[in-house]
Design a protein. Structure first.
Length: 49
């Protein structure tokens, strides 16, 4: 299997950036990932309320 490119902490930081009001496009550009990767990968790090 491929090694994960992002650590759990990086994934949480990306999610929090979007939650505080930044656009997904800007956050993805800063993290050097595609928007498709964001929508496929980062929901795995979300915590149900």
């Amino acid at each position: 299997m491929r090694r994960a490119r992002f650590t759990e902490h990086q994934g949480i930081a990306v999610l929090k950036s979007v939650e505080v009001g930044r656009t997904v496009k800007d956050v993805c550009r800063e993290a050097a990932i595609s928007e498709a990767s964001y929508y496929m990968t980062f929901p795995l790090y979300s915590v149900p309320l």
